[in-house]
Design a protein around this ligand. Structure first.
Ligand code: ADP
Ligand code: MG
Length: 236
């Protein structure tokens, strides 16, 4: 299976007249593309705008097909899924119930198939299918959030700081899962603060500062670049 191609051109977006991104363009090909940058740069705003949650100008295309603005349901139907910052699970619902909600747009039969697939891909969640999501560890909750997004059958999976607050071992486990998802043919666009680890698993990357892309290229070249090494990897 080959992943989808995301093409963003001239994206302008923000909040109630407060413009955060202006005339931004980027691409994501099959594999993993990572976006790094300081707090407040506009990374979350970018993912929200792509997911149809904010008003925007410019064009967003998935495999050449326009993705509508301000219509989150249509975005999911076109194959975009967003794992939002902070996971946004329903803490009083079980793991299974949370996952089923991720498949609310698909017929019950497909939903059941995807649930079985999710428990195959995330064995840790199968053991805890009936546990209340709110009682799980941070890492397990992040896995539920990713598995829930996969329930919609996305071609483009967007992740907003999935490793936030996780212990190093859980970060590695989560990034391994993201790599497996990409290897299955899903295009991944991921915002990460864990710059070194993220660029190590990604193929391409963008550096976003104050609403502008200031560097982009192959992940391996960004890892070697002075700008990234000094600003994000603490190398003098
Ligand atoms: N709901 C909101 N209303 C108004 N301004 C916001 C809102 N969310 C974020 N912002 C502003 O937009 C800018 C970019 O924020 P954000 O996209 O969250 O950055 P990042 O994810 O890179 O840390 C910041 O100046 C922030 O204060
Ligand atoms: Mg953010």
């Amino acid at each position: 299976m080959s992943g989808a191609q995301l093409s963003v051109q001239g994206l302008t977006t923000g909040y109630n007249g407060f413009q955060v991104l202006q005339d931004l363009s980027l691409e994501a090909q099959p594999g993993i593309t990572v976006i790094v940058g300081p707090n407040g740069a506009g990374k979350t705003t970018l993912l929200k705008a792509l997911a149809g949650l904010l008003p925007r100008q410019g064009t967003v295309q998935l495999d050449g097909q326009a993705v509508p603005a301000l219509n989150a349901t249509a975005c999911v139907q076109r194959g975009l899924a967003l794992v939002a910052e902070g996971r946004q699970l329903f803490p009083q619902m079980t793991v299974t119930e949370n996952l089923e909600l991720g498949g609310w747009l698909v017929p019950a039969r497909v939903r059941a198939e995807r649930l079985a697939q999710a428990f195959e891909d995330f064995p840790r969640l199968r053991e805890r299918a009936q546990q209340l999501a709110g009682t799980m560890s941070g890492g397990e909750q992040q896995m539920v959030a990713v598995a829930r997004a996969m329930m919609s059958g996305p071609r483009l999976l967007m992740l907003d700081e999935p490793s936030l607050g996780l212990a190093p071992r859980m970060v590695d486990e989560l990034l391994a899962i993201v790599q497996r998802i990409a290897a299955q043919g899903v295009t991944v666009l991921m915002v990460e603060q864990n710059v070194r680890k993220a660029l190590q698993v990604a193929q391409r990357g963008y550096v976003l500062e104050r609403g502008r892309i200031v560097a982009s290229g192959e992940a391996s070249s960004l890892l070697q670049s002075d700008a990234v090494r000094q600003a994000y990897l603490g190398v003098a």
